[in-house]
Design a protein around this ligand. Structure first.
Ligand SMILES: [Zn+2]
Length: 327
């Protein structure tokens, strides 16, 4: 369980002195920047039995349990609906017919009261992670407040929120606040993106309607069983969009390659079935060649003079790479 590189300093600063972690920490900042990952990395670090520079070693029994999702001294509290989404994303089948709660209910907070009453299994910290904290039902928030007012020893409660202003003021005042920043926009962003699996930037970009629209249109083309309609799509290509076009297309190609090499997609995780079907007939060598072309196009300092031709050419290369005529 790793925090993203751009949050490493904050994580190390907190874990440097494990004996004096706050009882309650409110982690806040913009959506999609990796706050929950940060909170989990913090939890793993606090629970680890053999920390390295304060961070989780990823090798001890505690880290093993944590990664398996069954550490006895760790609880994660999310709205039922979020839990369902995660299960569906993991292909474990969602019970879509049953309406799921979008709020964190008081029963969920009460259920962990016993957890806090026990001594810890590993004689270390007990950690509870609540996200998103603004989803706490007022009754649940009040129940939580009681715990925050008299925190049991060796307890770390981490609240994660995009919208801390929506929390009860009494809850906010009982937490140490930690503002996390977005990943760097320019310097090293691509390296950070690769390390992080693309998700935070994806989330950030998709928060902008124009970006979401471009990605949606492009992915519909790339997913098309007979191949992309290169001419029609490229006809509407604007210079201002080329950079993002190249980015989305390259991440899509990376996902195809990862699928072919028996991995999972890393970027477009919401498009797994489309990726699978396109990966099936794809020629790996041709995908690598296309990836090099995309990388070269992205390295150009300025947008191309003729974005339409660039898009057309790349989409045609893509169609050849995924046409299924290769063995
Ligand atoms: Zn460990």
């Amino acid at each position: 369980m790793k925090a993203f590189p751009w949050h490493r300093a904050e994580l190390e600063a907190l874990l440097r002195d494990r004996a004096h972690l706050p009882h309650a920490l409110l982690v806040h900042g913009p959506a999609g920047i990796g706050k929950t990952e940060f909170a989990r990395a913090l939890a793993a670090g606090a629970l680890c039995e053999d920390p390295r520079d304060g961070l989780a070693c990823e090798a001890c029994a505690s880290c093993h349990w944590f990664s398996q999702g069954n550490h006895p001294d760790y609880r994660e509290i999310v709205p039922e609906a979020a839990l369902e989404d995660e299960e569906a994303a993991q292909g474990e089948g969602a019970k879509a017919d049953k309406a799921k709660s979008l709020v964190i209910k008081i029963e969920q907070i009460r259920a962990v009261a016993d957890f806090f009453a026990l001594t810890t299994h590993r004689a270390g910290y007990r950690v509870m992670l609540i996200h998103p904290a603004e989803a706490l039902h007022p009754a649940a928030a009040n129940a939580l407040l009681k715990t925050l007012e008299e925190p049991p020893p060796s307890t770390l409660i981490v609240l994660v929120s995009d919208r801390p202003a929506r929390l009860l003021a009494t809850i906010r005042s009982r937490c140490r606040r930690l503002a996390l920043h977005a990943p760097p926009r320019v310097a090293g962003a691509q390296a950070a993106l690769a390390a992080a699996g693309g998700a935070p930037l994806l989330a950030r970009d998709l928060a902008e309607p124009k970006e979401a629209e471009l990605r949606k249109r492009l992915l519909a083309e790339l997913a098309r069983p007979g191949g992309a309609d290169a001419l029609q799509f490229s006809a509407g290509m604007e210079r201002a969009s080329v950079e993002r076009f190249l980015y989305w297309m390259q991440t899509w190609v990376h996902d195809l390659v990862r699928l072919r090499l028996a991995g999972d997609p890393r970027h477009h995780v919401d498009q797994v079935s489309a990726l699978r079907s396109r990966a099936k007939g794809a020629d790996l060598e041709a995908l690598f060649a296309l990836d090099r072309e995309l990388a070269a196009a992205r390295r150009l300092a300025s947008p191309p003079l003729n974005p339409r031709l660039v898009a057309e050419h790349l989409l045609m290369s893509y169609n050849r790479a995924t046409s299924g005529t290769h063995s």
